[in-house]
Structures are given as structure tokens and as C-alpha cells.
Ligand binder design. Structure first.
Ligand SMILES: O=P(O)(O)O[C@@H]1[C@@H](OP(=O)(O)O)[C@H](OP(=O)(O)O)[C@H](O)[C@H](OP(=O)(O)O)[C@H]1OP(=O)(O)O
Ligand SMILES: Nc1ncnc2c1ncn2[C@@H]1O[C@H](COP(=O)(O)OP(=O)(O)OP(=O)(O)O)[C@@H](O)[C@H]1O
Length: 458
């Protein structure tokens, strides 16, 4: 752990439900800090957190689980830094005016004594060594893609889940509770469909109504999207195109970046695993109008197949594959496994162990495995899949000067060719926080309540 860390000059970058992130003055990294509830509830005992133990576990989860599954070029391993009470007080003050009002019910606890430092994904990974001439602003697009398929094994009482994706169940609840002003028509099933038209609809909708699913940063500052929506997005300098075509150019570039086949750098199990492009539609998804249609029937086996593909090795493929580590509906996991699980096998009886279990690809119990080991594996896969349904991808791009026609040697750097220009691209996957075991029960209850209260009126 790095001691004597200096928070001077830190600036608010963003936050989610569990953490707050600040950009550091070193110009290259961000500090991620755990938040806790401000409201004191006398029915909930105050537990003194072992912050350092929790952070050490998080670092090993990223190193031993997230990096092998997504690839070392996409996921950064953070370092732990030590913080003093006065640093926390200063940081709480510093970020206050930048935070959205509905987030203020959580804050940095005075007892927090450490945080995680990550490379800033609004910047290129490993650029200085590469000496590539770049021009125009440095743009980073962050997408929180959410769950890109419908679960399998949905029981009769929850059939709505085979027609409405989880994102839209949540949208419906957010709208009812006044957390969003407008229901988003973004559908994760469109983004992960592999159909160029549907992907375009998904990205254009995110650019139209970003909520917390899309943010755009320019030279490390958020200029668009997120909860405190900045409404104007002017990227003429970035594209340097003769005509301003609004969101269309950015949409095309995002699509290309998400589908770019990357150099393979994942563990063997991840490379052998499959990803299933969803054939069913959500009521909110866009219909595929391509000549071939979105699906057909494989003549030899009479099973439905998609005619569209997501390029293997692309970041989109990797996210879908990790999300599908567990495709079963949460009700099945809750009723058949969670009810009699053995928490001793989990870190602090709560979190998935920071090691990929053997036989990760097998869906069923294998012979040499005890029932207990099998159930542990089922829960582990479900929790890691939940993490991957909640992560964000950051696409960092800048125009390459016409004077340079080379190829970057570093696997973390890629080139996109679009509209007669070349753009340098680096991709990061962030927010790979492990989920607690009790999320199984919470998600099961949440889904029941969202289904019971779902209204087509909105
Ligand atoms: O349940 P969901 O799909 O709404 O996801 C939650 C997210 O909501 P949203 O993406 O806005 O719909 C939610 O995001 P926000 O706080 O809404 O930005 C969190 O990411 C939450 O995870 P955690 O509590 O930080 O571990 C997420 O909880 P998990 O589902 O990952 O447990
Ligand atoms: N490595 C990074 N580089 C640049 N920006 C980052 C990085 N990590 C996080 N951020 C920014 O900080 C924001 C909040 O971080 P993050 O999503 O990890 O928080 P969280 O509380 O864990 O989120 P959630 O509750 O949604 O799961 C992100 O949306 C992103 O804009």
C-alpha cells in the first residue's frame, strides 16, 4: 500500500451507487473511493469495516478474475493508497457541488482509510512510449451497456421476463419512481444483436437520451450525458469533417470500436467459451429489417440460429460472453441453489472468491464435483455475470495526423479508419466490482416487484 498519498488538486470525475471517483492532479490516474450510507438506521448494527482487507480482496478479484476473463489490454489492476481522516473530509468537501442530489444519501465514511488508484481511462493506455502524432481533441465515450440477452429457464409466473429485457423493467420502475423523466428506448438486445441497423438504433438512442448509460469526455472533462446531462455535443474539431452530421459519425465510430476484433489476451477458458446472440425480441427492441432477417433455422439440426454475428475477440463479444457465464433466470438460481448455499466458501462469507473455479464452462454438475462444489460454482458464476452486466466500457479516441501511416505496436492501442481519417483507439472496461452474495435474493425480489408493478401505460 502506498503511504503519504497526496489528494491535492483532485477533481470530481463521477460516481455510481457504491463509489465516488476523482481525477488526480498527476494527470494520468483516478482515485476510486467506497461510499457508505449517511442515514443511520438503528436496526442495522454498525460494523467497523476492514477497509484494507476489502480493498486487497478487490485488487485480487480484478487481477485473478476480471483480467483473465476480459484480457489484460482491457482491464487495469489498481493499486491501494492509504488515506487519512483529513483527506476524506477534504474530498467530501471538494466534490459536494458536483454531485447529483439523489446521490447525497451516501458519502465517504470518516473511517475510510484507503482507496484504489486506476489509470485514467479517459486517456490512452501506454501512449508516451509510442510516439504517434495526434491532432484534435481527445474524446472518450463511456457506455454502461447492461444485460444484452434474456435469461433462460423463466418460470411460468415470471413470463414477462421473456418479452421485456431487464433494462426496460428497471426503466419502468425508474420512471414510476421519478428517477428518470423519460423512458429510454435504448435496448441492450439491439446493441448486442450484431445487426448493424439495430446497433445503430441502440447507440443513437443512447446519444438522444443518455441517462447513466452514456457519457462523453473531452480532454478528461465530461461534456455530455450522465446524470448531470450536458446537452450540447459538438465534435466538429474531433472529426474535422467538412459536413457536420450530428450524432451519426460518433455512432458509426462507437459501433466500429465495439466490434473491432482485438488481439487475444484472455485465459484459455474464456477463449473457449461461447456467447449466444439473443434471438428473442424484447417489446422495446428494434426489429431487424435486413434482407436475411435476424434469425433463421439451421437446416441440418432444425435449431434457430442468428444470421448476425458479433465479431469474436471484440470487446462487445467479450462483455456478452462474461454476462452469459450464467444465463439462467435469477429465480432458478435463487430457488434451487441460493436457498441452501454454503457461505463459508465465499470471501468474508459474502463475495465470490478471487479465483476462477475449475470447469467454469460446464453448465451441469460434473462427476468429480461434490454437490456443494457444484452449487458454489453456480453462485460464483452468477455473481461474476452480475458484475459484467453492470460494468462500463470506455472508448478513448483521437485523430491521427495524416503524416503518420504506421501501426501501433502496443496491443492496447488500435486504429479505426473512418471518413478518410484514422483514429487511435484504446478500450477499457471499468467498474468490475465484485457483487455480494445477497444480491441473488435482492435481484430475485426486485424482479418480482418490477413485474408486479410493470405498466405498459408509460
Ligand atoms: O439492478 P440494476 O440493473 O438497476 O443495476 C444497478 C445499477 O442501476 P442502473 O444501472 O442505473 O439500472 C446501479 O447504478 P446506479 O447507481 O443507478 O448508477 C449500480 O450499478 C448497482 O450496483 P452497485 O449497487 O453499485 O453494486 C446495480 O445493481 P446490480 O443489479 O448490479 O446489483
Ligand atoms: N479507470 C477510470 N478511468 C476514468 N474514469 C473512470 C474510471 N473508473 C471510473 N471512472 C468514472 O467514474 C464513474 C463512476 O465509477 P464506477 O462506475 O466505477 O462507480 P460505481 O459506484 O462502482 O458504479 P455503479 O454503482 O454504477 O456500479 C464512471 O461512470 C466513470 O465515468
Amino acid at each position: 500500500m502506498e503511504a503519504g498519498f497526496c489528494i491535492e488538486g483532485a477533481e470530481f470525475r463521477g460516481e455510481g451507487n457504491s463509489s465516488l471517483v476523482c481525477a488526480l492532479k498527476d494527470g494520468a490516474s483516478v482515485l476510486k473511493l467506497k461510499k457508505t450510507s449517511v442515514v443511520f438506521n438503528e436496526n442495522v448494527p454498525v460494523i467497523e469495516e476492514d477497509w484494507l482487507g476489502l480493498h486487497k480482496y478487490q485488487v485480487s478479484f480484478i487481477r485473478n478474475v476480471a483480467v483473465p476473463l476480459f484480457g489484460a489490454s482491457l482491464v487495469d489492476i489498481p493499486t491501494i493508497v492509504q488515506l487519512r481522516g483529513e483527506d476524506i473530509a477534504k474530498l467530501n468537501n471538494l466534490v459536494r457541488q458536483d454531485r447529483a442530489i439523489h446521490r447525497l444519501k451516501k458519502t465517504l465514511s470518516p473511517s475510510l482509510n484507503c482507496g484504489l488508484v486506476f489509470p485514467d481511462n479517459c486517456l490512452f493506455k501506454s501512449l508516451p512510449q509510442n510516439n504517434i502524432p495526434l491532432e484534435g481533441p481527445l474524446v472518450c465515450v463511456e457506455l454502461k451497456t447492461k444485460m444484452g440477452f434474456l435469461p433462460v429457464g423463466i418460470p411460468p409466473d415470471l413470463q414477462l421476463k421473456s418479452r421485456i429485457c431487464r433494462f426496460h423493467l428497471v426503466q419502468n420502475r425508474k420512471f414510476r419512481q421519478g428517477r428518470v423523466q423519460q423512458i429510454s428506448n435504448y435496448c441492450p438486445l439491439d446493441l448486442f444483436s450484431g445487426c448493424p441497423e439495430r446497433m445503430e438504433c441502440a447507440i443513437l438512442e443512447l446519444l438522444h437520451n443518455p441517462q447513466n448509460n452514456l457519457r462523453v469526455f473531452c480532454d478528461r472533462r465530461q461534456i455530455f450525458g450522465g446524470e448531470r446531462n450536458r446537452s450540447q455535443l459538438d465534435l466538429r474539431e474531433f472529426f474535422k469533417l467538412a459536413r457536420d452530421r450530428g450524432a451519426r459519425d460518433l455512432c458509426n465510430l462507437i459501433k466500429m470500436a465495439l466490434c473491432l476484433p482485438l488481439k487475444e489476451d484472455r485465459c484459455k477458458e474464456a477463449t473457449l467459451g461461447a456467447a449466444r446472440v439473443e434471438l428473442r425480441d424484447c417489446l422495446f427492441s428494434t426489429k431487424c429489417c435486413c434482407d436475411t432477417g435476424s434469425s433463421g433455422t439451421c437446416p441440418s439440426e432444425l435449431i434457430p440460429v442468428s444470421r448476425h454475428r458479433i465479431p469474436e475477440r471484440s470487446v462487445l463479444w467479450r462483455i456478452l460472453q462474461c454476462q452469459q457465464l450464467s444465463s439462467e433466470d435469477v429465480s432458478k438460481i435463487y430457488r434451487s441453489t441460493y436457498a441452501h448455499h454454503e457461505p463459508d466458501r465465499f470471501f468474508n462469507k459474502m463475495y465470490p472468491e478471487a479465483v476462477i473455479p475449475k470447469n467454469i464452462l460446464s453448465e451441469t454438475k460434473i462427476q468429480c464435483e461434490s454437490q456443494e462444489e457444484f452449487e458454489h460454482r453456480v453462485l460464483w458464476k452468477f455473481l461474476v455475470a452480475l458484475t459484467c452486466r453492470d460494468c462500463s466500457v470506455m472508448l478513448t479516441m483521437q485523430r491521427i495526423s495524416k503524416s503518420w501511416s504506421g501501426k501501433p505496436s502496443d496491443p492496447k492501442l488500435n486504429v479505426l479508419e473512418y471518413g478518410g481519417q484514422r483514429y487511435l483507439l484504446s478500450i477499457g472496461v471499468v467498474d468490475l466490482e465484485p457483487k455480494k452474495l445477497d444480491r441473488v435474493a435482492k435481484q430475485f425480489q426486485d424482479d418480482l416487484s418490477m413485474i408486479n408493478n410493470f405498466s405498459m401505460e408509460f
